[in-house]
Design a protein around this ligand. Structure first.
Ligand SMILES: *Cc1c(COP(=O)(O)O)cnc(C)c1O
Length: 406
């Protein structure tokens, strides 16, 4: 059992005792017959994705912890070579420092609590802080005494076409960003520019355009800059989405960075989803069927938030111990266990036409923004966790050693 609470009163994922359990999802379901959602972690898939990204990216790779802070997930990333962590809160900083005394921690939230800055800098050795306003610069200087800082200016981007657009909340306008670079320069050992193109960004050109804009800002500022942080947003596959391969994003970044001609500047990236999405799935149980509606034991207040309003279609697979279904697949929508009518997931999710109450369904690509969004709403706060070694339901081109599941 893990000892971390992700949010409010939600119970931590409850680890099944490891001894003598099968290492594949179907075998585990047959052995455990779980009535609560069962999170299945694939540490080898996560380590493989991390290795691929680290090998492909021409610079420093930090993992965006918010995406999945589960300790077993962080250990898998560490095994895959990740040594840098993008944290956004005192809680994340504490978690990473406790688990990995040697980790490099970067505080990449542009608006921070004063106490969080003090704790990160004073107790956990964090030196890298992001900001997008003069007020935040003053705050960071006041809370750290200005000692040993590296400062990164978060640049806002025009609205793009990422699945999750992040342009509306953080980031300084280009002229303001240039002014902040000048203001921060005297206080920074290393100075940088960062941006975030938005999550699940399917367009390699978005990184190229953002790099060109950042280069303009750096030239306007007229001061030396040492870091260009291209953020996260790298996409993974979903049933209706085959993203361009990782190599296309890396080529766009390399080409734009070369064209920007920024001598002495080092690249950083902050991937979240791309490293962990394929590394966990959730097994749910069908509690009722009404025609094409399946009432299941997890939903938008649990690990399936992105299947709700954001409308993600996740890969699914029927699990019925002892008897395989051979009938054709038809579309279903899912309904979560809470009483809220908003607790529904349109899908469509393609499953054998004879799905029935008591069946289990494995839902894949939930290593990112799944477990970390669970709540205790309506008392549905329990979920289990196991580690498995079989292939995930979907494979994203360019990531890892793991082949597509049969
Ligand atoms: C959420 C976030 C990330 C990770 O984004 P992904 O789309 O999961 O790769 C990286 N950097 C910042 C600043 C973020 O807010």
């Amino acid at each position: 059992m893990t000892d971390l609470r992700f949010r409010g009163a939600v119970a931590p994922l409850r680890r099944a005792p490891a001894q003598d359990l099968p290492r594949d999802v179907a075998g585990l379901v047959a052995a455990l017959r779980p009535e609560a959602p069962l999170h299945c972690l694939r540490p080898a898939t996560v380590a493989g994705a991390a290795e691929s990204f680290l090998a492909a990216f021409p610079g420093t790779v930090m993992y965006a912890v918010k995406c999945n802070p589960e300790p077993a997930m962080l250990r898998a990333l560490w095994a895959g070579g990740v040594r840098h962590f993008d944290c956004a809160s005192a809680g994340e900083v504490r978690l990473v420092r406790t688990m990995f005394p040697e980790a490099e921690i970067h505080f990449m939230h542009p608006v921070k609590a004063r106490g969080a800055i003090r704790e990160a800098h004073g107790a956990h050795g964090v030196r890298d802080f992001v900001l997008d306003s003069r007020a935040e610069l003053d705050k960071i200087l006041a809370e750290t005494g200005g000692r040993g800082l590296n400062l990164i200016i978060r640049l806002g981007l025009p609205k793009g076409n990422a699945t999750y657009d992040l342009s509306g909340k953080f980031g300084a306008e280009p002229a303001e960003a240039a002014a902040l670079l000048r203001a921060a320069r005297p206080h920074a050992g290393r100075l940088g520019v960062s941006f975030h193109v938005g999550s699940q960004c399917l367009d390699p050109g978005a990184y190229a355009r953002a790099i060109a804009l950042a280069a303009e800002v750096i030239r306007d500022a007229g001061v030396a800059v040492e870091v260009l942080d291209v953020g996260g947003g790298f996409p993974v596959a979903y049933p209706d989405v085959v993203p361009p391969p990782l190599s296309a994003f890396m080529a766009a970044i390399r080409t734009a960075f070369a064209a920007a001609a920024l001598p002495g500047v080092e690249l950083w990236a902050e991937p979240g989803r791309a490293l962990v999405a394929g590394g966990a799935s959730v097994v749910v149980q069908v509690q009722a069927r009404r025609d094409g509606m399946l009432f299941i034991n997890d939903g938008v207040y649990g690990a399936l938030s992105d299947a709700g309003v954001p409308g993600f279609r996740f890969p699914v697979k029927l699990i019925r111990p002892g008897s395989a279904s051979t009938v054709e697949t038809v579309p279903f929508s899912f309904f979560g266990p809470t009483c809220d009518t908003a607790d529904r997931m349109e899908g469509p999710f393609l499953l054998p036409a004879d799905v029935a109450e008591g069946d289990w369904i494995e839902i894949g690509q939930l290593g990112a923004y799944g477990a970390c969004l669970r709540t205790a709403f309506n008392g549905f706060d329990r979920a289990g966790m196991v580690e498995v070694a079989d292939a995930p339901l979907l494979h994203t081109p360019g990531y890892g050693r793991v082949a597509l599941a049969a």
